[in-house]
Design a protein around this ligand. Structure first.
Ligand SMILES: [Zn+2]
Length: 221
C-alpha cells in the first residue's frame, strides 16, 4: 500500500512527488523494516540540486509478533480529533482484536525508529521515557550550556548496549542508559506503570514522562 507525497525542495524550490509506503508489516516485509531502521524511508534527496532532508508522512507500522502497532502522525498535535477518528476506524477494520496490542502514536520518523528499537530490545517504552527524563540531569552536568533539542533511545551497534542519544544544535552525543535509573523508575513509578496499557492508542513520549513525574511530585507534597 503506497501513498503519494508532494515535496518542495527547501533549497532550490524544485517540486516533485514520491511514492512512499502507507503501511509496513515487519513480519511480511522485513526489507521495508530494514530500510526504516537504516533511516532511508524518511530521507529525501532533491533530484535537481541534490540537497537532502528528512521528510515526514503518515504511516502505520505493524509488528504482529510483538503485537505492536505504531501510527506515525506528524500532524497529530494540531489534528487530534481527526487522527483519533482515523485510528478508531482502523481498529474497527482489523480482522483481529487489538485489545492485547501495544498501540502507539508517534510524531516523527525519528520517534518511530526509536519505538521500534525499544520494542525490539524488549524494553518497556513507559519506563524508557522516564529514564530519558532522569538522564537529562546527568547530561546537563556533563555538558552544561548545551541546549537539548531531542533525546532518543538508541542501540549502539559498536558497544551493543543501550544509550540515549542527545541531539543539540551542533552535535549528537551518547549517554549510557543506566540500569540503576531503570530500577529506580520501576520502583518509584510502580503505580503509574501498572495502569492498563494495551488496546488504546497512546502517545508515550517525553511530554508523557514530564506529566507523570509532575503528578507524582504533587502527590508527595
Ligand atoms: Zn533542490
Amino acid at each position: 500500500m503506497t501513498q503519494t507525497v508532494n515535496l518542495t525542495c527547501p533549497v532550490c524550490n524544485h517540486q516533485s512527488t514520491r511514492q512512499v509506503n502507507a503501511a509496513i508489516n515487519a513480519k511480511t516485509h522485513p526489507h521495508l523494516k530494514q530500510e526504516l531502521l537504516e533511516g532511508k524511508t524518511f530521507l529525501y534527496e532533491c533530484e535537481q540540486c541534490g540537497a537532502q532532508r528528512v521528510i515526514n508522512f503518515q504511516m502505520l507500522y505493524h509488528d504482529p509478533d510483538q503485537r505492536l502497532l505504531i501510527y506515525l502522525a506528524p500532524g497529530y498535535v494540531n489534528n487530534k480529533e481527526q487522527t483519533l477518528e482515523i485510528l478508531d476506524d482502523l481498529k474497527n477494520r482489523q480482522p483481529v482484536s487489538l485489545d492485547n496490542y501495544h498501540l502507539r502514536i508517534v510524531l516523527s520518523g525519528a520517534e518511530l525508529l526509536e519505538k521500534i528499537q525499544i520494542f525490539d530490545q524488549h524494553f518497556n517504552d513507559y519506563e524508557v521515557e522516564l529514564v530519558k527524563l532522569l538522564t537529562d540531569g546527568i547530561f546537563s552536568k556533563e555538558k552544561s550550556g548545551e541546549t537539548v533539542k531531542a533525546r532518543y533511545f538508541y542501540m549502539d551497534p559498536k558497544s551493543k548496549s543501550a544509550k540515549i542519544m542527545y541531539t543539540t544544535d551542533s552535535q549528537q552525543l551518547l549517554v549510557d542508559f543506566h540500569q540503576s535509573l531503570l530500577d529506580f523508575v520501576k520502583n518509584k513509578f510502580k503505580k503509574e506503570l501498572q495502569q492498563p496499557q494495551r488496546g488504546e492508542f497512546q502517545l508515550v513520549n517525553y511530554t508523557w514522562a514530564i506529566e507523570t513525574v509532575s503528578k507524582d511530585t504533587k502527590k508527595d507534597q
